[in-house]
Write a protein that binds this ligand. Structure first.
Ligand code: AMP
Ligand code: MG
Length: 420
């Protein structure tokens, strides 16, 4: 059986990122948050656009004030007042200064700003009570960014700070990668939809809801294909449809060793190459990962080859395998150039954590911030892969590597924070 890290490496290696030319769209800046930039951005504007003041104070010539102090202040004549947003009219001559405000343009002739707290004003004269440093409080034109150089590279996620930069650079529209399409369906004769009355032996399909939420949080577009019976004909039909329309397919159930677990056989009959059948992980051991040659696909909407994840059926196993294997794959596919792999933190465990040591074991719980240090609190109740109730309100998975059977309270543990 494959180790978790080998499975992760195989999966990431199978993912072809979206194409920076074919798989893009134009979006308005106001709707661009969390999208992945597909085209690098260059601005024709310098930042700052012009020399401007970082303080409310007086624009002066350094030469005039370099020896100034409270006992022997330089006394300068104020020739102009420059609020933010106005173009100065005068050139500052020896012995002169301009009243200036934060963000306002430095007038010609001046090279330094003295903050107003270091001055005294008498009518149209200003007394400089403390010598500034040369060029102090001047934000020089192009000192933050030079026009024509790259402002933002392709392959980054657009968060508020990038959006602010793009607004300042007057980019109302942007080229971003299209959202990855992720088809989702559930398999099992025992499954009911959310609105069907419960019958003996049946269970409501929760996996599809969980996966749709996770996929949407990742920035991808979920394509919901419903519930499919444990029936080879029905399964083949839905798998064929899913691989035609999606970049990634997520099915749950039907990949274990039971008599009604048909998914692997149907993938083979559809000429899939199966790369993974089981992983040393708990929960989540039965995990199928397969690819298809694009030449075998009829009516395929995209040029890349779809990646198939046959996730286990148990709800906790679905969530754990999604976070551990599927999310990194979606991230790599999405065009983002780094940070696909899950980021583990080392934190203190509040509780005793146990495993049988045979598989890499994931226990769900909550990270609490205590005196600035994260502490992992294991969720109470059963950690059976069939239990999903105590997964609610958790935000992290603690990991016990193979061979590790016990982590005592207050010991260090690796955790995977559950963020998209
Ligand atoms: P399977 O791997 O198909 O044998 O599924 C294992 C178990 O997972 C089933 O017995 C169900 O209890 C549960 N299960 C399967 N599919 C779902 C689903 N879509 N939603 C909730 N539970 C499921
Ligand atoms: Mg099943």
């Amino acid at each position: 059986m494959l180790s978790v890290s080998d499975a992760e490496a195989i999966i990431l290696n199978l993912v072809q990122p979206l194409d920076c030319q074919l798989d893009t769209e134009i979006v308005d800046l106001l709707t661009a948050d969390s999208r992945i930039l597909a085209t690098p951005v260059t601005s024709p504007l310098d930042f700052p656009h012009w020399d401007n003041s970082a303080m409310d104070g007086y624009a002066v010539r350094y030469e005039d004030v370099q020896h100034s102090n409270a006992e022997q202040p330089a006394i300068l004549e104020i020739v102009e007042e420059i609020p933010a947003g106005y173009q100065p009219k005068s050139t500052i001559q020896p012995g002169q200064a301009a009243r200036i405000f934060t963000g306002a343009v430095i007038p010609a002739g001046a090279d330094t700003v003295v903050m107003q707290e270091k001055t005294r004003r008498e009518e149209n004269r200003v007394f400089i009570l403390d010598a500034p440093k040369p060029q102090e409080f001047v934000r020089h034109k192009a000192s933050f960014y030079q026009a024509g150089t790259q402002l933002l590279p392709a392959g980054i996620k657009l968060n508020a700070s990038e959006i602010a930069v793009l607004a300042a650079a007057q980019c109302p529209q942007l080229g971003v990668y299209r959202r990855p399409r992720v088809a989702i369906f559930s398999t099992g004769d025992e499954l009911l939809t959310i609105d069907q009355p419960l019958q003996p032996g049946k269970i409501v399909d929760s996996n599809q809801y969980a996966l749709a939420a996770l996929v949407r949080q990742s920035g991808a577009e979920p394509l919901i294909l419903g519930i499919v019976k444990d029936d080879p004909v029905a399964l083949e039909k839905v798998i064929a449809r899913a691989i035609a329309i999606a970049d990634i397919v997520l099915s749950s159930g039907g990949v274990s060793v039971g008599d009604y677990d048909y998914v692997d056989k149907i993938l083979e009959s559809l000429k899939a190459k199966i790369h993974i059948r089981a992983v040393e992980i708990s929960p989540g051991k039965p995990l199928t990962v397969a690819t298809f040659a694009t030449t075998d696909l009829i009516n395929r909407v995209s040029t890349n080859s779809p990646l198939y994840f046959g996730l286990p059926g148990n709800p906790a196993a679905v969530l754990v395998t999604y976070w551990r294997f599927v999310l990194p794959a979606i991230k790599k596919l999405s065009g983002i150039t780094e940070g696909w792999e899950p980021a583990f933190l080392k934190v203190r465990s509040h509780d005793e954590l146990r495993s049988n040591g045979k598989r890499e074991t994931y226990l769900w719980g909550k990270l609490h911030l205590i005196d600035g240090v994260y502490e992992f609190h294991k969720a109470g109740g059963s950690h059976s892969s069939g239990n999903l109730i105590n997964l609610a309100q958790t935000n992290a998975l603690a990991v016990l590597p193979v061979g590790e059977t016990l982590i005592s309270p207050q010991e260090e543990v690796q955790v995977l924070p559950l963020i998209s």
